[in-house]
Design a protein around this ligand. Structure first.
Ligand SMILES: NC(=O)c1ccc[n+]([C@@H]2O[C@H](COP(=O)([O-])OP(=O)(O)OC[C@H]3O[C@@H](n4cnc5c(N)ncnc54)[C@H](O)[C@@H]3O)[C@@H](O)[C@H]2O)c1
Length: 440
């Protein structure tokens, strides 16, 4: 490791100063750069997954002056070309390098942080590899496809001292924070009930829903690598890009697609970022035929019991459970969703009252979800949605799905993270990996 003068790289400095790990970004004004950040002081980033979510995430990072995107990875050659074209177009050069195998990209020692927007079957392996190769990580929700994979990610991130931000961006939006503050401040009295309202059905995000025939994969897609650790299935276009979430081999349906948003906010209000339910009861579910191309639940409902006897209902397609998050207490209620905020007391939405509530019960406030990640990469302080939070926010979704599948009430030991006394249900905490892939 170089130790002297200007030859010390930002990365080797960070490695050698685990405790300090202070930001090295020197304001450009000091260097006579008209307020711009000197190239050598930028956070070097890479990304994986240029599908529905990846481009927007990378666009947000590329808009930040102290971040330089240098590489991208995708197993679809067309998506990869779109990614490198977009990155190089943004910077006006040809510097961004494309990768097919994430392990080669992660092996680079000049990359500080990565953005991962991959189908759920890949979250576990790629996140663990990123943490073990000392990258800070902006990862997507749900944290992973199973609880066992989530535990592996948490362990790898903690062991390697990495900064983690989850794409649960609702925590960076004022309305969601205010709602959580109202609950935490006791303004609705003692919390009794929480509603987590999620979408039902399936949405044809890729416009490929009618393509249900088995065909050969297109030449630009490495389908073997796209399937990765999941079970090998015939290629059917309608269940690959974007629509993979409607097939249990790769995703978890609306329930798991949304749990990392609305249950994440529910937990924020409940102060449950490191806790969870003790009981999960299946109430209703409509599963399509297991052989259907889209086989994830189209309508579902579970009831969960939390410490203090607080009841949570998680539901999709049930009219009495409104989309978004609602907390009901002995003295009132508050409901929040994207673009919607209502409460039993309309004054709570008054801008002046809002400021008083925020002052009385402060909660983590960010300057923006992406900016928060970069700031934390420099400060080494936790982001607003660290890995432990993402883990606990998604667990109620995973357990609900297991309870619905085995069709019986589960008892959950939230501290040990084990299903109590049900060996058969416990098998669903993980999934068998297709060789040669192994979860460390
Ligand atoms: N935070 C949000 O609001 C939000 C919104 C949409 C999606 N997401 C999340 O983003 C993630 C991706 O979802 P999407 O809808 O963008 O999926 P997508 O199918 O549109 O895109 C995934 C991309 O990853 C690529 N890929 C697959 N396996 C790969 C591998 N091993 N290495 C490199 N690339 C690989 C695919 O070829 C594809 O280009 C999911 O976790 C999803 O839940 C989050």
């Amino acid at each position: 490791m170089k130790t002297s003068g200007s030859s010390v790289s930002r990365r080797s400095f960070l490695k050698s100063s685990a405790v300090l790990a202070a930001p090295l970004v020197i304001p450009g004004s000091v260097l006579g750069l008209n307020g711009q950040t000197a190239p050598s002081n930028k956070i070097t980033m890479a990304g994986a997954g240029w599908g529905m979510q990846g481009p927007g995430n990378m666009g947000n990072f590329m808009n930040e002056d102290d971040c330089q995107v240098v590489a991208f990875c995708d197993v679809d050659k067309e998506h990869l070309k779109q990614a490198t074209d977009a990155i190089n177009g943004r910077y006006g050069n040809q510097d961004a390098k494309g990768y097919h195998d994430y392990r080669e990209m992660m092996a680079r020692t000049d990359i500080d942080a990565v953005m991962l927007a991959l189908p759920d079957n890949w979250h576990g392996l790629v996140s663990v590899e990123a943490a073990n190769t000392k990258k800070d990580i902006f990862g997507e929700k749900p944290l992973a496809r199973t609880i066992r994979e989530q535990q592996a990610i948490v362990k790898a991130v903690q062991k390697n001292g990495r900064i983690w931000q989850t794409g649960s961006w609702q925590r960076s939006v004022d309305d969601f924070r205010l709602a959580a503050q109202i609950v935490r401040s006791g303004m609705i009295g003692t919390l009794k009930e929480v509603h987590v309202g999620l979408p039902a059905g399936h949405s044809d995000f890729a416009g490929t829903g009618s393509k249900t025939q088995v065909t050969a994969p297109p030449a630009q897609l490495d389908y073997e690598m796209w399937i990765g650790p999941a079970q090998m299935e015939d290629y059917i276009e309608g269940r690959v890009h974007k629509n993979w979430r409607w097939n249990y081999n790769i995703g978890g349906g609306q329930l798991l697609d949304w749990i990392g948003h609305h249950c994440d906010i529910a937990h924020w209000g409940m102060d449950m970022d490191n806790g969870g339910p003790s009981e999960i009861k299946p109430v209703q579910v409509d599963f399509p035929e297991s052989t259907a191309v889209w086989n994830t639940a189209t309508k579902y409902r579970t009831e969960l019991t939390y410490p203090g006897g607080v009841k949570m209902t998680i539901a999709g397609g049930h009219d009495d459970i409104r989309g978004g998050t609602k907390w009901i207490g002995t003295d009132g209620w508050v409901w929040v969703d994207r673009g919607g905020f209502e409460a039993s007391n309309s004054e709570w939405n008054d801008p002046k009252k809002r400021r008083a509530i925020e002052y009385k019960t402060p909660l983590y406030t960010t300057p923006g979800h992406f900016r928060n990640f970069l700031d934390c990469v420099k400060s080494r302080k936790p982001t607003v949605t660290p890995v432990e939070t993402a883990h606990h926010s998604a667990i109620p979704g995973h357990l609900s799905l297991i309870a619905l599948k085995v069709n019986r009430t589960l008892k959950w030991d939230a501290a040990r993270e084990e299903i109590i006394g049900d060996e058969d249900a416990s098998k669903h905490l993980g999934r068998e990996y297709r060789g040669p892939w192994k979860l460390a």
